[in-house]
Design a protein around this ligand. Sequence first.
Ligand code: FAQ
Length: 312
Amino acid sequence: MNATQEKLREEFDAYVAKDKKIEPKDWMPDGYRKTLIRQISQHAHSEVVGMLPEGNWITRAPSLQRKVILLAKVQDEAGHGLYLYSAAETLGVDRADLIDDLLSGKAKYSSIFNYPSLTWADMGAIGWLVDGSAIMNQVPLCRCSYGPYARAMTRVCREESFHQRQGYSIMMELMKGTKDQIDMAQDALNRWWWPSLMMFGPSDKNSTHSSQNMKWNIKRFSNDELRQRMVDMTVPQAELIGLKIPDPDLKWNEDTGHYDFGEIDWVEFNNVLSGNGPCNNERLEARNKAHDDGAWVREAALAYAEKKKTKE
Ligand code: FAQ
């Protein structure tokens, strides 16, 4: 780093430390740009791939009202993906390249979407736990130092909050139902609990990006801090409706004022991240098919834009 760059870097660090926002045309260190492109694009891919487990249930929702709500939720997720790709593009990358990386399997997206949605109760568990974890992680991102990402998160979090409530409402309704419905809700919780806690990422000691990204005010809390908050918030919600968290080590700790909980299966987490989760192949196949099927739309849009430009 030469003297000018060093000075710019010092000014940047001081500016960020004052909790000021960085905007697209401002100078930023290469590492800051790189980590934001990485995180925002992975986040965008997660929203887009995240439509698949729920999209699977739109035609089978148990009532017209539930169908309309689920449809709106999945549509919101598509919208979140679009804001996020736009936010990533402000950092100088091309959306088409980001999407190519997703389709080829090079880019990561959240581990959670590599699990199957087997019953209607999974729609409840996804809203309650997956959107619940997403909000826990994303509310602090509304204060992220990068302006376009922070602003996108403000809107996304409002919508996620509705998603979380609709999920919990499905669980509440099932828990008031027949024994089969109660069993179905418990089974969904049993399958989604641990993968939801994995959404927060590796433990702090194994998190490669946390320390620098916290200094840059991209991340405000560590992976383990947010995971603990999720457990503390969710256990009473489960108890209220008669669900049992599938963790024999879960225990309220008077001294810390938090729940102690069991160890996450990190072997499973790493397996899912390296492409070997239950649905990794299925998810990538579905996204590739959607991309290929949509080729004519992209061609038509480009032809229309060309025609308009020629006329002008
Ligand atoms: N899955 O050093 P860290 C949603 C990767 S949106 C896959 O701790 P960082 C809405 C990580 O990327 C859900 N990969 O990383 C919805 C890194 O890999 P790299 C998505 C994971 O960035 C609901 C490596 O491990 N949310 O759910 C995961 O500081 C319902 C080392 O990890 C976001 O993306 C994982 N779970 O912290 C949609 C929020 N965890 O890049 C539909 C924004 C870690 O070096 C239905 N992202 N990795 O190759 C973040 O806050 C952060 O990126 C974390 C990870 C917290 C995910």
